[in-house]
Ligand binder design. Structure first.
Ligand SMILES: Nc1nc2c(ncn2[C@@H]2O[C@H](COP(=O)(O)OP(=O)(O)OP(=O)(O)O)[C@@H](O)[C@H]2O)c(=O)[nH]1
Ligand SMILES: [Mg+2]
Length: 354
């Protein structure tokens, strides 16, 4: 399925039905009183966050969402029926902006959260309501209110605790496959991953965190090289970035340190706040290093790295080092989370659904 994380839609709520001015007319009952009913309420357009939806693709095709108007009131005390609301299901993580002012109106962060995008108009009052001791035959009624309408820009920013950053082929998808229930495509050519994938890492009973695997980033992404840098928006809500670096030595012209620096520059260009997020270095593909070369290779890379932070050595393919890394992630998340009961025991198990 195609992944779409931006869309523009127009939402138009229904108008309220008009109130009616009419009088009771029956044989042998002269001067029957007012009996005009109220108009019904117009339908609203409502957004609901749904965890079973992963993309905004539906909104690329269907742009106009118009709810029906309420029925007009009628004579003989009949009220007009209200119109049904229209429900627009959107992925969790969707931000709703006013397309004209760019103001952020809503942020759908919880499954089931619902927000009114355009409110249906109230129905008008029938002349029943205007009867009084001094006016027994009121002729007035009111018209229904117009429904709201808005142009909206929807932007999906996936909700994940941890984001994976790295060059194409660094092994991001292999890593998320190793540690979570996600099953993205893996291949030895660049840009295998074309859209974000989320995976749940289970860390013992009732404990888990979510990792986002995004397309690889290359130098010049800010200017559109490769897939560009637009997918970096999906790292915006994470609390920790894992920067995966391929340490294998198959290609002697490839310098992992230069590559990593290029990525950091792209990150900074895209958004300094993203650059300032906690970031750990994950040296991947350690299984490809001959035991004799390994220590020297790793030491050289770490020494030439311009910033110092937590560093891990893993093989996403064999799983070596992955449990240790995930326990550290969990510990750091518990530390930075609102206090909750924790017995300090970290028991990482990778559950595969298939
Ligand atoms: N030997 C070895 N190969 C690995 C390891 N991790 C990934 N690979 C291989 O590296 C290649 C790229 O892996 P992917 O997981 O698709 O890389 P990616 O970072 O998701 O790449 P893009 O989606 O293109 O950005 C595949 O052929 C993997 O099998 C590892 O730890 N050891
Ligand atoms: Mg990938």
């Amino acid at each position: 399925m195609k992944f779409v994380d931006e869309a523009r839609v127009e939402v138009v709520a229904g108008n309220g039905g008009n109130g009616m001015a009419s009088f009771r007319r029956e044989k042998y009952i002269p001067k029957g009183g007012p009996n005009g009913g109220d108009g019904g309420r117009g339908g609203s357009v409502i957004a609901v966050a749904d965890r079973n939806i992963n993309t905004l693709i539906d909104y690329r095709y269907a742009r106009l969402h118009r709810a029906k108007g309420g029925e007009h009131g009628r004579g003989s005390d009949q009220y007009g029926a209200g119109a049904e609301d229209i429900i627009l299901r959107m992925p969790v993580g969707t931000e709703v902006h006013d397309a004209e002012t760019d103001e952020r109106l809503f942020d759908l962060v919880r499954h089931g959260q619902s927000e009114v995008l355009a409110r249906g108009g109230q129905g008008g009052l029938g002349n029943l309501h205007f009867k009084s001791s001094v006016n027994r035959a009121p002729r007035q009624s009111t018209n229904g209110e117009p429904g709201e309408q808005r142009l909206l820009r929807l932007e999906l920013k996936v909700l994940a605790d941890v984001g994976l950053l790295g060059m194409p082929n660094a092994g991001k998808s292999t890593f998320i496959t190793q540690v979570s229930n996600a099953r993205p495509r893996i291949a030895d050519y660049p840009f295998t991953t074309l859209h974000p994938n989320l995976g749940v890492v289970r860390v013992g009973l009732e404990r888990s965190f979510v990792i986002a695997d995004i397309p690889g980033l290359i130098e010049g992404a800010a200017e559109g090289a490769g897939l560009g840098h637009r997918f970096l928006r999906h790292l915006a809500r994470t609390r920790l970035l894992l920067h995966l670096v391929d340490v294998s030595m198959f290609d002697v012209n490839r310098d992992p340190v230069a590559e990593a620096i290029a990525i950091l520059n792209e990150l900074k260009k895209y958004d300094p706040a993203l650059y300032d997020k906690p970031r750990w270095l994950v040296l991947n593909k350690t299984d490809t290093l001959a035991p004799d070369d390994r220590a020297a290779r790793i030491a050289d890379i770490v020494a030439r790295f311009p910033w110092k932070g937590p560093t891990f050595e893993v093989s996403a393919l064999t799983g070596e080092g992955c449990v240790a890394l995930c326990s550290e992630i969990w510990k750091s998340m518990v530390e930075h989370r609102e206090p909750e009961p924790d017995d300090g025991v970290v028991d990482v198990r990778f559950e595969h659904d298939d």
